[in-house]
Design a protein. Structure first.
Length: 266
């Protein structure tokens, strides 16, 4: 993953060349490796420079030699060993998500929630509130149903059709408000909309006069591990407000997902 936004102020050319070589070998993605001349030509880099860098990378186990009529190089297990430590230092921890949620709350001036899936329900693990009188009543640690909340719909949208059906069979599906979706077919249709839009909406389905919008958070395995939502009293929920919330929510969801190693499929 290359940072296309930031450029180093004091770049170390040799290091940049070494990284370019590693990225070149990554893109080749071949067990037979790449030859010195091929790497040199592809990167427009002198053979002697490429050879010296490869020799150093080989010493650290970052590349391996594939002996044959022509010696080639491929990525080594040293790279994998280092990469294994990345997930442990990039987990869903409070120090990271709290900053992102605080910025989101300040920007939209509405209640922000972070929820995770647990045993057929959503558990709220973080909540940020602006300085307003009309607020959401959700509390940290509260458990909410999947079928009636924007956060829950995010998790349901990643279930298979059979898993959604199984959930509806086993869960106590009851109308919480007059807007609650209690029909399996209606939920199928709702989840298709969620997948298409990339966000979910609870239109006063869990709490009267409260509209909630949520987006997903993915990890380095491209798996859904959390969801972020913004709750707004219906009296403040306008079309313009909705568009602002969706835009800012998606930015926050992408920022947290990127930290967790998610790479969006192109």
């Amino acid at each position: 993953m290359v940072n296309s936004v930031y450029k180093p102020k004091y770049p170390v050319q040799t290091l940049e060349k070494a990284i370019d070589i590693l990225l070149c070998l990554k893109c080749a993605n071949s067990s037979s490796g790449m030859g010195l001349a091929e790497i040199s030509e592809k990167l427009d880099m002198g053979k002697s420079v490429v050879h010296r860098i490869l020799d150093t990378l080989y010493a650290y186990g970052f590349v391996e030699k594939v002996e044959g009529s022509v010696t080639t190089y491929r990525l080594g297990w040293g790279i994998y060993d280092i990469a294994q430590a990345v997930p442990a230092s990039h987990n869903l921890n409070e120090a990271v998500y709290q900053k992102i949620l605080e910025q989101l709350c300040t920007k939209c001036m509405e209640t922000v929630n972070l929820g995770i899936y647990n045993n057929g329900e959503v558990v709220i693990i973080c909540k940020m509130e602006p300085d307003r009188r009309l607020r959401s009543t959700v509390e940290i640690g509260e458990r909410e149903p999947l079928y009636a909340t924007a956060l829950g719909k995010q998790f349901l949208s990643h279930f298979t059709k059979e898993e959604v059906k199984d959930y509806f069979t086993k869960a106590d599906i009851q109308p919480i408000t007059q807007n609650t979706i209690v029909s399996l077919d209606d939920m199928y249709s709702e989840l298709e909309i969620v997948k298409k839009n990339g966000y979910s909406i609870d239109n006063m389905e869990f709490c009267d006069d409260l509209i909630c919008t949520a987006v997903p958070v993915f990890d380095y395995k491209n798996e859904l591990i959390a969801a972020i939502s913004i709750s707004v009293p219906s009296s403040r929920f306008t079309k313009e407000k909705s568009q602002e919330i969706i835009q800012e929510l998606k930015k926050a969801g992408e920022a947290l997902s990127e930290y967790l190693g998610y790479q969006k499929e192109v």
